[in-house]
Design a protein around this ligand. Sequence first.
Ligand code: ZN
Length: 184
Amino acid sequence: MKPAVLVIDMLNDFIKGSLKVPGAEELVPKIRKLLEHARNHHVPVIYACDSHLPQVDRELEAWGPHALKGSWGAQVVEELAPKKGDFIVEKRRYSAFYSTDLELLLRELNVDTLILVGVATDICVQHTAADAFYRGFKLIVVDDCTKALSDEKHVKGIEVMKDLYKAEVVNLDEVLRKAFQKSP
Ligand code: ZN
């Protein structure tokens, strides 16, 4: 297994701002722990970040303005700020694969497994999981490092990823034990 951690939309607007996911700040210390662990084990850390263009992005019709390119709202929360050697992929739709170079990056890194964390479970995480599944990547979803606008939506998103995209659903402690057994 050659994993990478994909941190989805842990941006100011979703954690603290205009489209706040209730309770998402609870994910921050957990994801921070996961990222520190990944970096220590030379597992790539990739941030997939909404970066919307005003006026043109159709997603804004559904949600109103959020995570506009270059704004505070589109920045990763400072507690999880990317470190040297991490990668950032800007996206304009729910899926981190759609019209981005994420797939190219993963192929170049020889990654075959994505560890998904972030928000929202049933929107950007789930749509990214679908696109990863279509492209043959294995999926590990960290249940307690993802959140949706409600607990029901979270559970539904987790079920879809488990049933349709064969995601392995684990908690943080399990992923720390499983995915990072040895340094290369
Ligand atoms: Zn968006």
